[in-house]
Design a protein around this ligand. Structure first.
Ligand SMILES: Cc1cc2nc3c(=O)[nH]c(=O)nc-3n(C[C@H](O)[C@H](O)[C@H](O)COP(=O)(O)O)c2cc1C
Ligand code: SF4
Length: 357
C-alpha cells in the first residue's frame, strides 16, 4: 500500500474512520439568507468523498452570530431536514460526518445599511455588551444546535473554538476585558468554552462525539499563550473529549514554525497538543500532497491530517490518494487569497479541472 499510515482506519469511541484524511470545516456561503442547505451544498460534499472524516463547514448557531448572510445555519428545527440530507450524502461517500458549530462573537456580520452612522468601534462595544447579557442564550443555542445535529445524523459535533471568533475572543486576554467570572485568569477566560462543551456533551451523550477545534495559541504572544492552550487541551481531555481538532486562535503564530521543517506552524501546534494529550489529535495546514500527509503521520505530528484547500482545488484528492494516483491530483495554487471565500468559480485549480473534463 502506498500510504500505509494515512489509509489506516482509526477508532474514535464507537466510530470507525476508514482512513486518516479529514476534510476540515470550510465555509461555502452557498445558503440563502435562511441558512438552509441548498442543492449546491449537497453537490459540494458529494464530490468531496474519500476522506475518513468530513467536517461540515462552520454552521451558525444563532442568526446574529453569522459571519455572512449566506452562512449555513443550524439555528432552528427548520434546518434539520436539509442537514440530514447532507449527513446522508457524507455517509454514502463512506465518511464519518462531523459538523462545526459556529458563533462569530464580536466579529459577526452586521447589516451595514442599518448601522452605518455608527463608528465601527461602537458596534464592537455594543455587541460585546449583548454578549455579556446573552451568555446563557448563546450556550443554549449551542446545546440546541447539537441536538439538531444529532437528529440530523451527524456523528461528531465540533465547537469552533478558534480563528478569532467568539471563543478565541474569550480566551485572549487582549480581547477579553471582563471583570466577572469569565475574564481575567485562564480559568475564567476558558470557563464559557468549557460550559458550552459540557452542555453539548450532555446533549450528545453516547449518540455523538463532542469535540472542539481549539485555537491553542494567538499570533500575539501577549494574547492566548501556547502554554495556556496546551493546558486547555488537557482540560478538554479531562472533561471527556474523545478527539481534539487543533488550530490557531487570533492570528497564526509564527513562533512554532521550525527552520527547515516541511510542516506549517498549524501542524506544529497540533504536534505540541499531541505531546500533552492521549486522545486523537487532528492537525494540518498547508498539506497539498499525500506524501507529506503520510510523512506527518510517520513523524507523529498528529493522528488525523486535514486537507482543506487541497480538497477544494481537487475534490477527488482523497479518492486519488486511496487509489494510489497522487500524480493525477490537481494541485491547489496557494493563491494569496482563496477564492472559495467569495467566488469559487474563480479558483484556478477548479478552472483547470473543468478544462480537463
Ligand atoms: C474557503 C475556506 C473556508 C474556511 N472555513 C472555515 C470554517 O468554517 N471553520 C474553520 O474552522 N476553518 C475554516 N477554514 C480553515 C480550514 O479549515 C483550514 O484550517 C485551513 O484552510 C488550512 O488548511 P489548508 O492549508 O489545508 O487549507 C477555511 C478555509 C478556507 C480556505
Ligand atoms: S482559490 Fe487558490 S488557494 Fe483556493 S483552493 Fe483554489 S487554487 Fe487553492
Amino acid at each position: 500500500m502506498k500510504y500505509p499510515l494515512l489509509l489506516t482506519p482509526l477508532q474514535i469511541d464507537n466510530l470507525t474512520l476508514s482512513n486518516r484524511i479529514v476534510m476540515p470545516p470550510m465555509v461555502t456561503f452557498l445558503s440563502e439568507d435562511d441558512g438552509l442547505v441548498t442543492q449546491a451544498h449537497l453537490e459540494h460534499y458529494e464530490r468531496s468523498s474519500g476522506p475518513g472524516l468530513v467536517i461540515v463547514e462552520g454552521t451558525a448557531v444563532l442568526p446574529e452570530g453569522r459571519i455572512s448572510r449566506r452562512q449555513l445555519g443550524i439555528c432552528s428545527d427548520r434546518h434539520i431536514e436539509g442537514l440530514a440530507r447532507l449527513a446522508r450524502i457524507i455517509h454514502a461517500g463512506g465518511a464519518i460526518a462531523g459538523i462545526q458549530l459556529h458563533h462569530a462573537g464580536a466579529t459577526a456580520f452586521v447589516e451595514k445599511k442599518k448601522y452605518q452612522h455608527f463608528l465601527p468601534i461602537l458596534f464592537r462595544l455594543w455587541k460585546q455588551q449583548i454578549m455579556v447579557s446573552g451568555l446563557i442564550r448563546i450556550r443554549e443555542a449551542f446545546r440546541n444546535a447539537a441536538r439538531r445535529a444529532v437528529e440530523a445524523g451527524f456523528d461528531i459535533i465540533e465547537i469552533h473554538g478558534a480563528h478569532g471568533y467568539l471563543f478565541s475572543q474569550f480566551l485572549s486576554p487582549l480581547k477579553n476585558w471582563r471583570l466577572d467570572r469569565y475574564g481575567g485568569s485562564l480559568e475564567n477566560r476558558r470557563r464559557f468554552l468549557l460550559e458550552v462543551f459540557r452542555a453539548i456533551s450532555l446533549e450528545t451523550a453516547d449518540r455523538a462525539v463532542a469535540t472542539c477545534r481549539l485555537g491553542i495559541a494567538d499570533r500575539n504572544r501577549m494574547g492566548f499563550r501556547l502554554s495556556e492552550g496546551l493546558s486547555t487541551a488537557s482540560t478538554f481531555e479531562g472533561e471527556g473529549a474523545k478527539l481534539l481538532d487543533v488550530s490557531f486562535g487570533s492570528g497564526i503564530p509564527n513562533f512554532v514554525q521550525q527552520d527547515g521543517s516541511p510542516y506549517s506552524g498549524r501542524l506544529h501546534l497540533a504536534h505540541e497538543a499531541k505531546m500533552v494529550v492521549g486522545i486523537p489529535v487532528i492537525g494540518g495546514g498547508g498539506i497539498r500532497h499525500p506524501d507529506l500527509a503520510e510523512q506527518a503521520l510517520q513523524d507523529s505530528m498528529a493522528d488525523l491530517i486535514y486537507v482543506g484547500r487541497g480538497i477544494l482545488a481537487d475534490p477527488a484528492w482523497a479518492q486519488k490518494t486511496i487509489e494510489g494516483k497522487p500524480e493525477s491530483i490537481i494541485p491547489c495554487r496557494n493563491c494569496s487569497f482563496c477564492f472559495h471565500f467569495t467566488d469559487s468559480s474563480k479558483c484556478p485549480a477548479r478552472r483547470q479541472r473543468r478544462l480537463k473534463k
